[in-house]
Design a protein around this ligand. Structure first.
Ligand code: NA7
Length: 539
């Protein structure tokens, strides 16, 4: 890259969002370049290649809708795709559309500085690039900055330390090894059954128990995918009209159906048990009142405990596997044989609430009451979600203000999750205040990037160059997004989720996703555009 080269747009990140942003902007005729820190395409689905990594949305739904050719050509093999298939899909799309030549891999954007005099962004990378662009699209991912836990002595471990979000490309053979998995979010829960099948002994180190229910994923039956492909027009419409952006073919059908099911508080004991018989652990959770009534939520939690105890034979382990926080405060997990895994002779649950970690030592992990001799420690300890990737770049807007300073002082305010006051011509994909973590990602990102593309077209039609959201529009959006979750379970005092940044010490506790659903979000985006972008100063 030539020093000082000027582009129309720079996209940061070559995951699902970055690849679509590149395509959409290139279609507009914009000279666009993508910088990607990884050594390949796929973003989340490049980095998180740990055993058992799988999407919990149906494959036909967790895919781009913008090209009928692509959705007809690509062949999904399973109803919910595993990591490798999504990574291959992103690569297929990039090749099919000849996008790869616009992507510079192995390059981390380190600084973005807005030059007010000329209305351009100056972009710096760790590869020594220094260039300018009129627009920047930060497609940096919601869960792209891993949190390495502050456990003393981590670096002294003499065995192998593995990290779920940068798992070795060549895989890892756990055969016969003494392994500890730390963390029981989606990642730990997905990987546990797979590692258990190989390891000599697996210790699952659990600080918070998980609400998880079994996946319905399976290989497609002959002809099934072809049938689904003929239904794409109706599936895509249904996605845009559904709160979570899925046509409800997926695992979350349980949740969707919850609203049409009776209230748990008024259900008889027989009805409750019948739900467990029919749906297993999911039968404990999906009732119409569980996320709106804390008494019902507590009933569901206890019923969940009964359902877990039906599967897990050791009563003490079963008890430890029951969460102590309300259902709905964290993202529900979809697993493949998680609870059954604890019936294996080579698996031990270590309840860190009863026996906390003291330190990692060269030979293993010391807890207050035990020492676990280990060959491998596998960290599945989560991410600095939604804002982490953006606050790690020096993003300086008007008057040299740093985005990270603004957000740490005031919380991560945006308008529509896509624009920030004081940072002209900077677009965020799935930023805080977007449907982000509450929506089917491809549905949501296409909606956002199409809105950005339309906005840029509007500028060009009107011979304009610069957009900047007003403080007023941003404040109103913040008020609206906060009002949607006020008094709900996601802000319950016992709730320490990445949704609200509670997993990162010192991070402001703010619910960071738009809880109004995809149709309402879409309506508001379209309204803003149709009205000529009243929330923005245009020049
Ligand atoms: P999560 O959901 O943030 O889970 C991280 C897990 O790691 C969680 O169980 C944490 O316990 C645990 N953790 C974090 N730090 C520690 C330390 N120091 N000691 C012990 N345990 C620890 O991340 P995932 O990668 O599983 O999933 C993220 C999202 O990816 C998921 O929601 C899906 O959307 C896909 P805690 O709960 O904080 O007590």
């Amino acid at each position: 890259m030539a020093e000082g080269e000027a582009l129309d747009a720079v996209v940061i990140g070559a995951g699902l969002s970055g690849i679509y942003a590149l395509y959409r902007f290139r279609e507009l005729g914009l000279h666009t370049r993508v910088f990607e820190a990884g050594d390949g395409l796929g973003g989340t689905w490049l980095w998180n290649r740990y055993p058992g990594a799988r999407c919990d949305i149906e494959s036909v739904e967790y895919s781009y809708s913008f090209s009928d050719e692509i959705q007809q050509e690509w062949i999904w093999t399973e109803t919910m795709p595993a990591q490798a298939e999504i990574e291959a899909y992103v690569n297929f799309v990039a090749d099919r559309l000849d996008l790869r030549r616009h992507v510079q891999l192995g390059t981390m954007v380190t600084a973005l500085t807005y030059d007010e005099a000329v209305g351009e962004w100056e972009i710096e990378t760790d590869a020594g690039d220094r260039l300018r662009a009129t627009f920047v699209v930060a497609a940096t991912g919601m869960l792209s900055v891993p949190l390495d836990p502050a456990i003393p002595g981590r670096e002294t471990f003499a065995g192998t330390s593995l990290f779920s979000s940068r798992f070795p490309r060549e895989g890892f053979d756990f055969t016969g090894k003494r392994v500890a998995v730390i963390g029981t979010g989606s990642t730990g829960v997905q990987t546990t059954p797979v590692v258990a099948r190989q390891a000599g002994h697996l210790f699952v180190l659990q600080r918070s128990a998980a609400y998880t229910f079994p996946t319905t994923s399976r290989p497609f039956r002959p002809g099934e995918l072809d049938d689904l492909k003929t239904r794409y027009p109706e599936i895509r419409v249904a996605q845009r009209e559904a709160f979570p952006g899925t046509a409800r073919l997926s695992a979350f059908t349980f949740q969707a159906n919850a609203f049409t099911r009776p209230a748990l508080k008024t259900a008889t004991r027989e009805e409750q048990l019948a739900a467990l018989d029919e749906l297993g652990v999911a039968g404990a959770l999906f009732w119409s009142d569980v996320t709106t009534d804390m008494e019902a939520n507590e009933l569901a939690r206890r019923l969940y405990g009964e359902a877990v105890a039906r599967i897990v034979k050791d009563p003490e382990t079963a008890l430890s596997l029951v969460p102590t926080y309300p259902f709905g405060c964290k993202r529900p997990i979809v697993d493949d044989g998680y609870f059954e895994t604890f019936n294996r002779d080579n698996v031990t649950l270590v309840d860190l609430r009863k026996d906390p970690i003291v330190a990692v030592e060269p030979e293993g992990i010391r807890t207050e009451g035990n020492f676990f001799e280990l060959d491998v420690i596998f960290y599945a300890t989560g991410f600095d979600a939604m804002t982490g990737a953006l606050t790690r770049i020096d993003i300086r807007g008007r008057d040299g203000i740093l985005l990270r300073d603004v957000w740490s002082a005031e919380g991560p305010a945006t308008y529509l999750g896509m624009t920030v006051a004081g940072f002209p011509n900077l677009f965020l994909v799935s930023g805080p205040g977007s449907p982000g973590a509450l929506a089917n990602v491809p549905t949501s990102l296409e909606l956002q990037i199409d809105w950005m593309g339309d906005f840029v077209e509007h500028l060009r039609r009107n011979d304009l160059r610069t957009i900047e959201v007003t403080e007023k529009a941003q404040q109103e959006w913040l008020h609206h997004t906060n009002s949607l979750v006020e008094g709900t379970v996601v802000l319950h005092p016992s709730c320490n989720s990445w949704w609200i940044g509670a997993n990162v010490p010192g991070k402001k506790r703010v619910f960071m996703s738009y809880a109004g659903g995809i149709p309402e979000f879409r309506r508001r985006c379209l309204e803003e555009a149709a009205a000529g972008y009243p929330g923005f100063e245009l020049s």
